[in-house]
Design a protein around this ligand. Structure first.
Ligand SMILES: *[C@@H]1O[C@H](CO)[C@@H](O)[C@H](O)[C@H]1NC(C)=O
Ligand SMILES: *[C@@H]1O[C@H](CO)[C@@H](O)[C@H](O)[C@H]1NC(C)=O
Ligand SMILES: *[C@@H]1O[C@H](CO)[C@@H](O)[C@H](O)[C@H]1NC(C)=O
Ligand SMILES: *[C@@H]1O[C@H](CO)[C@@H](O)[C@H](O)[C@H]1NC(C)=O
Ligand SMILES: *[C@@H]1O[C@H](CO)[C@@H](O)[C@H](O)[C@H]1NC(C)=O
Length: 375
């Protein structure tokens, strides 16, 4: 079995490069037009909101647009790329507290006050497409200014749906990259969030967070239980207790639910035996696509790989490494890491073996090098 990202990345790469060139040329033209006062012509195409925020002279001309592109995009975006439930929130708040600087996210809901009249705040305030930050109001998080150089920015990228089959979760590096710079905004007095997307070219560097696949997927089960608890689905909850019995049942249901799609994708003879194999496929593919996707960006994107377990074994050192990478100083306190209970007894030895084989088949060699120590 091989992922499209490995076999067909060359043709995608060249088309992506053309897109990237087009985008930077377009931004350049936009910059020139803005100098000559013609910005409105292509404003719509670039998705830039008209705003009076920067119009301090009251002459209808926003001087923000006179800034050169490199000044407009300060601080630079440093993606925190993580598969859901692998320590994202801990990492964000660790960095926030230690540096006393704000973080950002592609998902405005996480940093926007719940009241309907609040709109999301972009880190670049002449933009509406994100990323977003909590601002200095203190309404939702301790007020912290944005960093000067790099802002750690949460993205879960794509192919992480829990209830989906291979038709949906198997994606190309191109799709994956596009989802890494997608998210949603909040508009004042609108109940619906608005989907937004910024050019991935805006990303300067990335942190790739990796967690043990077994605890990661079990943690997704916990997440699922929590969501069902919030909805008061007591019957579902009693059928899926918070232990290995409930977990194995959940895996079996997922495996059965997508069996038809599995047969079409893998072939009748080759439907994977590993429990929760859809989840483990997504995990392996996700970590493989991180590198492939960043390679599609036309400038080099330095990557720092962080292992979740390092928070337990060497928290200080790991924090310092992350802060150095982000060009931040340690001025606050290092958040205490509370290791979750060990849950490896959720799988039999035989199941663990089949999961290992499966992940090794799906993962790129680069990704396997990052995750093989978990087996
Ligand atoms: C949102 O609604 C409130 C209350 O009706 C109003 O005061 C406020 O100006 C509105 N905000 C926007 C941006 O429309
Ligand atoms: C389930 O149990 C784990 C520990 O085994 C715990 O961390 C988690 O919070 C529990 N919660 C839910 C919602 O299932
Ligand atoms: C869930 O059930 C509890 C007790 O049965 C009740 O107090 C609560 O309001 C319910 N919540 C929702 C969201 O329905
Ligand atoms: C899990 O919890 C359920 C309900 O409390 C119980 O019936 C089952 O025996 C438990 N399974 C294990 C392996 O402890
Ligand atoms: C963090 O920043 C805030 C706002 O700039 C400031 O009031 C506070 O004293 C700072 N705290 C530390 C520990 O540096």
């Amino acid at each position: 079995m091989s992922l499209c990202s490995k076999s067909c990345s060359n043709s995608m790469r060249s088309s992506k490069l053309k897109t990237a060139t087009f985008v930077s040329v377009a931004i350049g033209i936009y910059y020139l037009l803005s100098l000559s006062g013609h910005r409105s012509i292509i404003e719509g195409q670039l998705g830039i909101l008209s705003t009076s925020e920067g119009d301090s002279n009251g002459d209808g001309f926003n001087r923000e647009y006179l800034l050169a592109p490199e000044v407009q995009y300060t601080p630079k975006i440093a993606w925190l790329m993580s598969f859901p439930n692998s320590g994202t929130s801990f990492t964000m708040s660790l960095v926030g507290r230690a540096s006393n600087r704000s973080f950002a996210t592609n998902y405005a809901d996480e940093v926007t006050p719940r009241d309907i009249s609040s709109a999301s705040l972009n880190i670049y305030h002449h933009r509406h497409d994100g990323p977003f930050w909590p601002g200095m109001s203190g309404k939702i998080l301790s007020p912290r200014p944005l960093p000067e150089s790099f802002v750690i920015t949460k993205t879960h990228c794509g192919s992480r749906c829990m209830y989906c089959g291979p038709e949906v979760y198997v994606v190309t590096a191109d799709d994956f990259l596009s989802s890494c710079s997608s998210g949603h905004a909040r508009i004042a007095n609108k109940t619906e969030a608005v989907d937004v997307h910024y050019p991935p070219e805006r990303v300067a560097s990335a942190i790739h967070l990796i967690r043990d696949p077994f605890t990661n997927i079990i943690s997704r089960f916990h997440q699922r239980r929590k969501n069902q608890e919030d909805k008061n689905l007591t019957e579902w909850l009693s059928q899926h207790p918070n232990n290995s019995t409930g977990f194995q049942r959940w895996c079996k249901e997922l495996d059965n639910q997508y069996r038809q799609e599995d047969i079409e994708y893998f072939g009748l003879e080759h439907v994977p035996k590993a429990p929760c194999h859809g989840e483990f496929f997504k995990y392996a593919q996700w970590h493989s696509l991180v590198e492939d996707a960043l390679d599609l960006i036309s400038h080099p994107v330095p990557v720092l790989t962080v292992y979740y377990e390092d928070y337990a074994s060497k928290l200080e050192e790991t924090t310092e490494t992350i802060l150095n990478f982000l060009d931040l100083d340690l001025v606050g306190r290092i958040k205490v890491f509370k290791a979750k209970t060990e849950v490896s007894e959720y799988f039999t030895a035989e199941q663990k073996d089949s999961i290992k084989e499966f992940i090794r088949d799906v993962a790129s060699s680069a990704a396997w090098a990052h995750i093989q120590h978990y087996f």
